[in-house]
Design a protein around this ligand. Sequence first.
Ligand code: INI
Length: 157
Amino acid sequence: MPHIKTIEGILDAKGLKIALVASRFNDFIVDKLVGGAVDYLVRHGISQEDLTLYKIPGAFEFPVIVKKLAMKKQYHGIVCLGAVIRGATPHFDFVASEATKGIAQTSLETGIPVGFGLLTTDTLEQAIERAGSKAGNKGVEAAAALLETIRVLEQVD
Ligand code: INI
């Protein structure tokens, strides 16, 4: 492989201010995602006082909250943590797609990066697997992706 100029993120969260937004729906799953995200960010150097957790009713409410938080420009980034489980709802597709679209649109419009830790699964078992068991912890992944994205964005000029 030829040597090319490469920009990559240093995974140091020191000095960052981050908002976590977590839905109460399926909270026994979501609490695990929150725990994973907080643990990751603290282990990577963020001060606890620079983390703020916003609790919201369900995934459908992500867009409006994330938009207001992003527009404040007080946070370097936002992590969304939630779980939409198909087995539990006939309007799974609407909730999941509106949440996803709204979060992505806000991030693009404001330039504030968002870690997407919204589980969308067919079953409760699949959600449990992604919340700190067989398939890892999506909250950790979302926090890690956010940190890396913040540090890459800083170098794009
Ligand atoms: N919200 C979720 O976060 N996950 C779900 O699985 C879910 N289900 O099953 O319906 C869900 N619904 C609530 C929705 O997000 C809103 O809070 C509600 O419709 C009020 O606006």
